[in-house]
Design a protein around this ligand. Structure first.
Ligand code: ZN
Length: 411
């Protein structure tokens, strides 16, 4: 594929993170119909397997001939496997279809001090997971990761590895896939995608960590049909990801959703981005640790220690976490005013104390509404798991789009 064409297909791939919700599915009959119908069939098989072609026609409302054509293509491309033949009491025997269980992807969650490498199948099952230590030299880290990937491929010769989905704590340019805006890391000078592809000989797709968490919710069907969703990832920093009208938003240069670096307190502390008083320095886990240390005179390192102390009734710990919850809820005003989502998902550290603090966030959020009902606020669970399963989902999704675009180009 020529570079220009590759770039063009990259734009298409990046823009088209979509998941069909099988509970509210609508088939399409015009231009983009083939893609949508194909996604619907693959989704139905993923979520309701094993299924026969007749089941697919009934569930999707598509014509049996259309279903057969799509299934034929999915089998040819190895997404779907034909299994047992079931003979009903009346009528013709039918072949049961399942997703190809040997089709897997690597998911790589890169953090500043270590990485986590996992093998994930099409249904989102984890088949392997390991920690890889990080080095200050990113090049050395990539060599180490490459070594483990080659080793795992040798250990599992029967598996078909489709690529590596990578989650990074920075924004990623939608075309060059270079890591942008990682204030605490010097990753933007390094061609991470190129280096990983050379080390592994696999397709590599990189995405921002908050975005992959939202992709995970989408791909594994946990948004229950919501089409306007903002995910807030709370850790050392504060990242957000946006689903608007059912589409992920990346902006013109991959920087959409940087609410964490909007100024909310001109007298606030200095942020990693060079500005003072960003939402991030007031509402992140690092902010809680800072507030606790300042008021208690102690020197704890982790927000989990502050949470543990708050459970024991430590007043300074409760005060610091309450301040963080307030700051989170108040900052969400920017989100509701800009995007008016129906759902705000929170992932990361604070969700471990969700029962104690979510009511404060909720109260701030509803106090800030201009009109109407506030969005539903929900904790989306474990951030590390979401980053890994989202990385795998992102790779599979872009891989599917790639399959489609190459298939369509055939004469
Ligand atoms: Zn900032």
């Amino acid at each position: 594929m020529s570079l220009k064409r590759q770039e063009k297909s990259r734009i298409v791939q990046t823009r088209r993170i979509r998941r069909i919700d099988v509970t509210t599915l609508q088939t399409a009959s015009s231009d983009i119909a083939r893609d949508i119908n194909r996604d619907i069939i693959l989704e139905l098989i993923r979520f309701k397997q094993p299924l026969a072609r007749a089941d697919l026609a009934r569930l999707s409302g598509l014509r049996p001939s259309t279903v057969s054509k799509i299934v034929e293509q999915l089998v040819r491309e190895n997404w779907v496997t034909e299994g047992a033949v079931v003979k009903p009491a009346r009528g013709r025997p039918s072949t049961m279809l399942t997703v190809n269980s040997s089709m897997v992807t690597f998911a790589l969650d890169m953090r500043p001090d270590h990485s986590i490498l996992a093998i994930v199948d099409l249904s989102g099952r984890f088949l392997h997971r390991e920690n890889i230590p990080g080095f200050t030299d990113l090049k050395r880290t990539v060599v180490q990761i490459g070594k483990r990937i080659r080793g795992l491929r040798k250990q599992h010769p029967h598996m078909s590895f489709e690529g590596i989905g990578v989650s990074v704590p920075g924004r990623v340019h939608p075309i060059t896939q270079r890591v942008l805006l990682s204030p605490n890391l010097k990753w933007h000078d390094f061609d991470l995608k190129g280096a990983l592809e050379r080390e592994s000989d696999l397709q590599v797709e990189i995405e921002n960590d908050a975005n992959v968490c939202l992709i995970s919710e989408l791909w594994y069907g946990r948004l229950q049909g919501a089409r306007n969703v903002v995910l807030v990832a709370v850790a050392e920093g504060l990242g957000t990801a946006i689903l608007a009208g059912g589409d992920m938003q990346f902006g013109s240069n991959g920087l959409a959703g940087e609410f964490g670096h909007v100024l909310v307190d001109p007298n606030g502390p200095l942020c990693g981005c060079g500005q003072k008083g960003c939402w991030e320095v007031i509402a992140s886990s690092r902010a809680t640790v800072r507030m606790f240390n300042e008021s208690s005179g102690r020197k704890v390192e982790s927000v989990y220690e502050v949470m543990r102390l708050s459970e024991d009734g430590n007043r300074n710990a409760i005060k610091a976490l309450t301040a963080q919850a307030r700051a989170l809820g108040r900052g969400m005003r920017m989100i509701t005013a800009t995007l008016s989502p129906e759902l705000i998902l929170v992932v990361g550290d604070i969700t471990s104390s969700w029962d104690s603090y979510h009511a404060i966030i909720e109260q701030e959020l509803s106090d800030s509404m201009l009109a109407g009902m506030p969005p539903v606020l929900r904790a989306a669970g474990d951030a590390e798991l979401a980053r890994l399963s989202g990385s795998a989902a992102m790779l599979m999704q872009r891989h599917a789009t790639y399959h489609r675009s190459t298939h369509e180009r055939r004469p």
